[in-house]
Design a protein around this ligand. Sequence first.
Ligand code: C2O
Length: 559
Amino acid sequence: MSYYLQAFPAMAHEWPRGGSTRFYDFKVQTLRVTKLCNTKEIVTINKMFPGPVVYAEEDDRIIVKVTNETPYNATIHWHGVRQKLSCWSDGPSYITQCPIQAGQTFTYEFTMVKQKGTFFWHAHVSWLRATVYGAIVVYPKAGVPYPFKHPYEEHIVILGEYWLKDVLQLEQQVLASGGAAPPADAFTINGHAGPNYNCSKNGVYKINVVPGKTYMLRLINAALNMENFFTIAYHKLTIVEADAEYTKSFTTDRVMLVPGQTMNVLVTADRPIGKYSMAMGPYMSAQNVSFQNISAIAYFEYEGASPNSLSLPANLPSFNDNLAVKTVMDGLRSLNPVNVPKEIDTCLFVTVGLNVNKCLSKTPQQNCQGTNTGTFAASMNNISFVKPTVSILETYYKKIDGHFTEDFPGAPLKFYDFVNGAPNNAPNDTQAINGTRTKVIEFGSRVQIIFQDTNTVTTENHPIHLHGYSFYVVGYGTGNFNPQTANFNLIDPPYMNTIGVPVGGWAVIRFVADNPGVWFMHCHLDIHQSWGLGAVLIVENGKGELETLPHPPADLPRC
Ligand code: C2O
């Protein structure tokens, strides 16, 4: 991996920037790995798993040349990077670009405009991100301290899920079956499953700590289809940042991260010398879904502990501990009072949930394994998103008709008791409508979106991620959203890019649509994304020079 710095003068027509340009070379390559007594090829960047860390400072320019040396389609998404005026570099396949095909290259370029903290990058095509992911660490500008006592050391801790099967084939098989996705074969911490799994006693991830010192863990949930708890035996975690924005300090025994979330926590080595477990386990809020229940373990090991000492076990919440999740959410507050839009120009009400469609196959045993011999789907406002075979951004920009429509509904076609009265006579009243539908939003609009979970098939906590923006999470709760009783925090809500909408509940977000482009909004559980749980927001250009999307880069991949 080449990595070097270069001073770059600010140029007109681009966002003003302070610092340096960071260049990275990403080669998409296969790697043979042995895990759980099983050897297989996985797709990686630069044969690293997890992949290389991208380091930068606030306001730096990041340039990553991605060369695809595998036979598979690839793209990289820079999760949480707001991509100010650089939608072309966002990365979701068929939304902002065609995939980088075998042998091809694409160079992503973007600026960390007023952004710092823990982010991550991941592949954004099929289920490739199961192994193609890594951290992005963006430091404050030189001389700017953290708003908390500087930790003695920082460590990146990436939670993941590992499959023994080829994940690209697995996605195809699951979709062809019409049924549910099988659970992962293992949870992993920085790529390692740990001692609870077969053949995984060696190479357990470990942080060596000095008694009395404070460590900052940059937690990233890169899991594919699961939300996860994380805890360290006998140690407190103090949350200081969520989704790359500072928060008020909040101390807790455990955290829950949905896929797509990042969180910085401080932990002080203030316990008797020993070897303590760090554990990752499942948070499964849905009914009747099978899931991996063995926790991944890493070690938090004190200097002076005997290497062979037994590790002290961590105490994870039970898999359906909704209260533990709410406690963490309640603790997330922006560090300082923030400027939340008080008036709203565009208000969307978006249901999120599952569907069962009628079986259209002549071989239902093979292809219709969903409820009542139907096929599972998922939707927003009952529209199941179908990815086009071209890039929506490109066709929008070049005004090529016929690949998407602009009629994503701003509210459900039918209002009903979403949580307690959801249609469940599958597949007769549980069908979704397919479409590649977008919602066009005027530049500068102050947007509110109410996400409402539905109980068709099952209620579930859905991690909804919006590309191109961070948003204020102004409220959330259980049951049906009710404007009369909903309590909003307009003072210090957290500023996030992925929100776990509470199981059988709702969440409300607000943001100003000041970044033109085509932005994917979807559930970050990949199985739900594959089933269509997504929609696209198109934010139009504004009038000024810094309000207009530039031309596409010359090397933009073709479909
Ligand atoms: Cu991290 Cu569209 O996702």
